[in-house]
Structures are given as structure tokens and as C-alpha cells.
Design a binder for this molecule. Structure first.
Ligand SMILES: Cc1ncc(COP(=O)(O)O)c(C=O)c1O
Length: 403
């Protein structure tokens, strides 16, 4: 018999799962608080501090009393910086009414789903995918349709697989290139085919470009919106300052797209959060205007770390790891470790393996299952080289204890 709850919660909550990355980070934190030396690679944020001149801008804004409500969808100064950035980096033209600034890209995404999704609409989601997409879609009454991207294809979306997943209820396609967790960047040829499919079936595209700048080997990501005018009219670009400028805590993200949709997004925001923080907006405008100046040293560091961590992971027996094209995650395939036993206990799935790594190796890495694969794990390389190498060593030592 189920006991009636004192506080009957809305039924939509039954659809939600707490973020598994945050859960693992919380366990790692607990262990650290007990004095245990845990190396935590579970997070999704740069380990760098926000560059000083950006922080100074915020301090100046506070001093000047820039502490009041602002326009709901963002201040003119920030919108201008975003418009210039789109022109400079992607040759895309937007006007202020086509842009809404929100409290992080996560917030932008949620409001876009709110504005577009009706009960029963199918949202096409190439996987592995960031863990928040399915829950945001479900919370807004949509049905996520997962399209597996194969490791053999470098985790890039195969246009034929996309087309095969389309039904009369398909409404939105979510693209995330570079991808969290795989780092995959969709190449131009595939993107052109995807564009044809989008137009053929009248899909709306949400293009999450938050890792746009964190790219390696000259692999420049292309926005679907920049391929042609009709695709721009079908696409909403989501981006933000969290990853590029190490500004996760400032909570500034933005979306750019067709005016009608952005109008709806702004209306939702006007009745929920109102404007994002005035002070953060000032700092974000300055950061975006700076282009790559403060970001470039961080990119050089990520590049170094990527090659070292990928090599170190490939050196662990039973583990193989592709070179990510972008973002700051290694996504090793751990098939060769699954099923092996620790002190007589077989490690049967990625969750058990994540616990084993936390308890025995004292290393927090995230199981791939919530991202859509049960044979991979995600290890952030937003950590110093020294810590990364120590982590890889611990993983190797711990797996060496398995039968
Ligand atoms: C793919 C992707 N999109 C969006 C976000 C959200 O970024 P924020 O809300 O900090 O701007 C993240 C953060 O981890 C992410 O990985």
C-alpha cells in the first residue's frame, strides 16, 4: 500500500530524474568532506577563474549602481555584443528582437521547449546527449526520440538515421556540436544533408552551440543556421558565456532565432524570472566583446590536457578513447572493463563501475548511461594536467585489481 503524501506533488515530477552528474558530484563532495582525497572529474565547468578584467567590469557595475531591473530580454549593450559576435564569428545577421538573454543556456533551452512543445510532440535527440535535454523535453510534455550516434562514426549524427527516425509527430531536432559528452563536431557534408532533411520535413532546429569555441585540430563547428537563409529561419541558436569565458556562476545564456519564437520566449521569461542579473549582463557584454583575447590561453591549456588524458586513458587495459573534436570531456569506452570482478563482485554496468572508481580509485567520473550509452564514461578535463595524470594513474591501478 502506498502511503498518501502529505504534500501531493504535481504529477509532472514523476517524469524527472535528479541530474546524475550533480548526484555523483554530491557524493564526491561528501567523501571529500570526510577528509578522503577524491579527484573529481564529474563536473561540467571550466576550472579556470573568470578572467580578472571581466570580474572588474561587474565590480564597476555594482559601484555605479547598475543594480535595478533591466529590459526582460537583455540590455542593449549585451544584445549588441551578441549581434556583433554572430556577425564576426558566423557571418549571421540578427536584430535585437531576435535575441533573448536568459539566466544561462539551460534556462534559454527550457524556455524554448516551453514555447514550442505541445503534448505528444516528438523531439529528435541525437545521443549521446547532455542529460538535461530529455528531462526538459518531458517536463514540457514532449517525447524525446533518441537517435543513437555510433562510436564508429566518431559519434557524429548519421543523416540517414535522422531521416529514419522522423514521423508525422516530429517537430524539433536538437543539435549540439561540439557535443557534450562526446566532443563530436558535425562536419559540413553531414550538416548539409541534415539541412535538407530539416527543410524536407519542416523541422525546427535548436542548435546548442555552447562549446562552440572549445575546439581542437582546426575542427571548426558550423552552425546549421549559417548554411542558408531558409535554415536560418528554421533554427534557434543557443549559446552563452559559461564555458567560453569560465563564467558558469554568472548565469548568462542567450538564444537567437525567428522573431515569433523569440517573442514567445521573452513573454515566458517576463512572467517567470524577468531579466537575468543586471551585473552579470554588464560583465557578459564585456566578455563577448573581448572575442578570443581572454579565452585563447584557456584553449591552449585544454588542448594540452586533451592529448595527455586521451593518451593516458588509452593506456588503461580494457579502455579505449577517441580524441574529442571539441568541448572538455574525454568519453572512454569501458567495454573491456565491464563484467570483470572486484574481490569477487562483478562490475556489471557503468553505474557499478562509477562507484568502483569512486570507492577504490578515489576518482569521480560519470557513467555514460544517462547520456544514452551503457559502454562509456565521461571524464572532464577541466582540471590541471597534474590532477588529470594522477586521476588516470589511479584508474589504471584500480582496474589492475580486477579479475
Ligand atoms: C550541452 C550543454 N548545453 C547547455 C549547458 C548549460 O550551460 P549554462 O546554463 O551554464 O549556460 C551545458 C552545461 O553543462 C551543456 O553542457
Amino acid at each position: 500500500m502506498t502511503v498518501p503524501s502529505k504534500f501531493p506533488l504535481a504529477s509532472r515530477l514523476t517524469l524527472l530524474k535528479p541530474s546524475p552528474t550533480l548526484q555523483l558530484a554530491a557524493r564526491a563532495r561528501e567523501l571529500k568532506e570526510q577528509g578522503i582525497d577524491i579527484l573529481d572529474f564529474s563536473g561540467g565547468e571550466p576550472d579556470f577563474n573568470t578572467p580578472d578584467p571581466i570580474r572588474e567590469k561587474a565590480i564597476q557595475a555594482i559601484r555605479e549602481g547598475y543594480t535595478k531591473y533591466t529590459a526582460v530580454g537583455g540590455i542593449t549593450e549585451l544584445k549588441s555584443a551578441i549581434i556583433e559576435k554572430f556577425q564576426r564569428d558566423q557571418n549571421l545577421s540578427f536584430v535585437p528582437k531576435e535575441i533573448v538573454v536568459s539566466c544561462g543556456a539551460k534556462h534559454s533551452l527550457f524556455q524554448i521547449f516551453q514555447a514550442l512543445v505541445n503534448p505528444g510532440d516528438q523531439i529528435l535527440l541525437p545521443t549521446p546527449a547532455w542529460v538535461s535535454y530529455p528531462d526538459q523535453i518531458l517536463l514540457n510534455g514532449g517525447e524525446p526520440i533518441l537517435i543513437p550516434c555510433r562510436e564508429e562514426d566518431g559519434f557524429r549524427l548519421n543523416p540517414d538515421a535522422l531521416e529514419a527516425s522522423i514521423t508525422p509527430r516530429s517537430k524539433i531536432l536538437v543539435l549540439n556540436s561540439p557535443n557534450n559528452p562526446t566532443g563530436a563536431i558535425i562536419g559540413k557534408r553531414e550538416l548539409e544533408r541534415i539541412g535538407e532533411i530539416v527543410l524536407k520535413y519542416g523541422l525546427i532546429v535548436i542548435s546548442d552551440e555552447i562549446y562552440e569555441k572549445i575546439v581542437f585540430d582546426g575542427n571548426l563547428p558550423i552552425s546549421l543556421a549559417s548554411l542558408d537563409k531558409r535554415l536560418k529561419e528554421s533554427t534557434i541558436i543557443v549559446n552563452g558565456v559559461s564555458k567560453t569565458y569560465a563564467m558558469t556562476g554568472w548565469r548568462i545564456g542567450y538564444a537567437a532565432g525567428p522573431r515569433e519564437i523569440m517573442n514567445a520566449v521573452e513573454t515566458i521569461q517576463s512572467q517567470t524570472t524577468s531579466n537575468p542579473t543586471s551585473i552579470s549582463q554588464k560583465a557578459a557584454a564585456f566578455a563577448i566583446e573581448s572575442g578570443d583575447k581572454y579565452f585563447q590561453p584557456m584553449l591552449n591549456e585544454y588542448r594540452n590536457r586533451r592529448s595527455r588524458i586521451v593518451a593516458a586513458l588509452n593506456d588503461v587495459p580494457g579502455v579505449t578513447c577517441l580524441n574529442p573534436d571539441g568541448a572538455f570531456y574525454a568519453f572512454p569506452n569501458i567495454s573491456g572493463v565491464l563484467g570483470r570482478s572486484y574481490r569477487g563482485h562483478p562490475l556489471l554496468n557503468v553505474y557499478e563501475l562509477a562507484e568502483f572508481f569512486l570507492d577504490v580509485a578515489r576518482v569521480a567520473i560519470v557513467p555514460g548511461a544517462p547520456f544514452g550509452t551503457d559502454r562509456h564514461m565521461r571524464m572532464s578535463f577541466a582540471a590541471s594536467l597534474e590532477v588529470l595524470e594522477k586521476g588516470a594513474q589511479r584508474i589504471k591501478q584500480a582496474t589492475g585489481q580486477l579479475d
